[in-house]
Design a protein around this ligand. Structure first.
Ligand SMILES: *[C@@H]1O[C@H](CO)[C@@H](O)[C@H](O)[C@H]1NC(C)=O
Ligand SMILES: *[C@@H]1O[C@H](CO)[C@@H](O)[C@H](O)[C@H]1NC(C)=O
Ligand SMILES: *[C@@H]1O[C@H](CO)[C@@H](O)[C@H](O)[C@H]1NC(C)=O
Ligand SMILES: *[C@@H]1O[C@H](CO)[C@@H](O)[C@H](O)[C@H]1NC(C)=O
Length: 373
């Protein structure tokens, strides 16, 4: 018996050594992206996100466009790290275990006046990289001059190469494109958008990043808001009621994104670049919502979408009557929180389906992604 147990243990150990996989304990997460992972940057900079955002978890608006936690929050929990402070939040941030550069509305492509007017963020991916560059150099400078208490609010120099770098961006390049361009033009713009994406990853590499966890873009045709603006006739919709051409564009973007990530693996030594099929997770949830305990995935919990559209937590006056974009009261049964953003319950479901690596290329769980391949 004893021998058997030892032998079994030995086989497992040898197996792990040969595979070279060990569990990672990341000292920090640095995140780049849009509202899918903004933990308060946009809210700290422009108009604060109003209640009832945050009602399910934080009990107050937390700067997130959600009733509670985002996928990036579940990621931090899963990895035993605190929730990420937004880089743009100057009130009592804690960057001891990372920083979040994502802002709602961010695009990969650099902003200019034209795009900003279309309602996107000025903090496009290139700006997020400038911010990270400063964050790193100023942190290193300050760390050397700080006392121990002050140091606990900053990452250590060696944390930058051991940290997990997460990226979730691209959705707004496509949605902003659909507002201004023909579908052919949007499609033709994808390679240039991805040139910018590759540049950003290479720049992060030069700044010391080695472990990348890259989310692809979701089924934007299934966002209830897309349906309102682009889903006018039923022949435009797929069997789930999603706008087919918008999902097709996301799939095309993702195919090319995956190719770029493969190319980057060949260009960057000693890195781990994991491509994560968030599209499959989200589409999987939407196609099986009822079995997974949710109501119709194209219905929204928060906001008023009938004769007029009133955003979640917004108020407008129509014909002398005030209309409020209220919460449904039971967001945990909705996939969509506000028509554009997923509910906390959906984010939790999505997080659980991506962390074990089944939807990743290569198929590595998030807590083993530090092993270079
Ligand atoms: C900036 O706006 C112009 C149109 O004025 C557009 O052609 C260009 O693609 C935009 N730049 C970027 C980087 O998107
Ligand atoms: C990668 O490593 C190889 C061998 O160590 C080296 O020749 C090459 O220059 C490195 N490439 C980069 C981009 O650092
Ligand atoms: C406001 O009044 C106009 C004109 O009577 C009407 O067409 C419209 O539907 C009303 N809007 C709402 C939200 O009741
Ligand atoms: C990963 O998680 C998903 C969702 O919970 C599950 O369906 C799948 O079987 C899991 N895969 C592995 C390899 O554990």
């Amino acid at each position: 018996m004893e021998f058997g147990r030892i032998f079994w243990f030995w086989v497992l150990s040898v197996g792990e050594v040969q595979m070279g996989f060990s569990l990672c304990s990341y000292p920090a997460i640095f995140n780049f992206g849009d509202s899918n992972s903004d933990t308060g940057g946009m809210s700290a900079t422009f108009l604060p996100i109003p209640p009832p955002n945050g009602e399910s978890f934080f009990g107050r608006p937390s700067g997130r466009a959600c009733d509670g936690r985002l996928v990036v929050d579940f990621m931090a929990e899963h990895l035993g790290l605190p929730y990420l402070s937004p880089y743009l939040d100057s009130i009592w941030p804690n960057f001891g275990h990372g920083a979040n550069f994502a802002t709602g509305g961010s695009t990969i492509r650099p902003q200019n006046k034209t795009l900003f007017e279309a309602g996107v963020s000025p903090f496009s991916l290139n700006v997020q990289l400038w911010q990270f560059d400063q964050f790193k150099s100023r942190t290193i400078d300050l760390y050397n001059r700080a006392n121990p208490d002050e140091r606990s609010y900053l990452p250590k120099l060696e944390d930058f190469s051991n940290a997990l770098y997460t990226i979730d961006i691209g959705q707004n390049d496509l949605t902003a494109g659909f507002r201004k361009m023909s579908e052919d033009q949007v499609q033709a713009s994808i390679p240039e958008i991805l040139d910018q994406f590759s540049d950003a990853v290479q720049r992060l590499y030069q700044l010391g990043a080695r472990i990348f966890w890259i989310h692809n873009t979701g089924p934007i045709g299934c966002l209830p808001m897309t349906g309102i603006y682009f889903g006018g006739s039923s022949d435009l919709l797929d069997q789930l009621g999603c706008v087919r051409s918008h999902n097709d564009m996301a799939v095309e973007f993702n195919t090319q994104l995956k190719d770029r990530v493969c190319q980057l693996r060949g260009q960057l030594n000693q890195t781990s670049l994991i491509y994560v099929d968030v599209y499959a997770a989200k589409y999987g949830l939407i196609s099986d919502a009822v079995n997974q305990g949710f109501t119709d995935p194209l219905h929204i919990c928060c906001g008023y979408h009938e004769l007029v559209i009133v955003g979640c937590g917004q108020k407008i006056n129509v014909n002398g009557t005030e209309i409020y974009g209220a919460s449904c009261g039971n967001p945990s049964t909705y996939v969509s929180w506000d028509g554009t953003h997923y509910s906390q319950a959906a984010n939790h479901w999505i997080a659980n389906s991506i962390f074990n690596g089944t939807l990743s290329d290569p198929q590595i769980p998030i807590d083993e992604a530090c092993n270079f391949m």
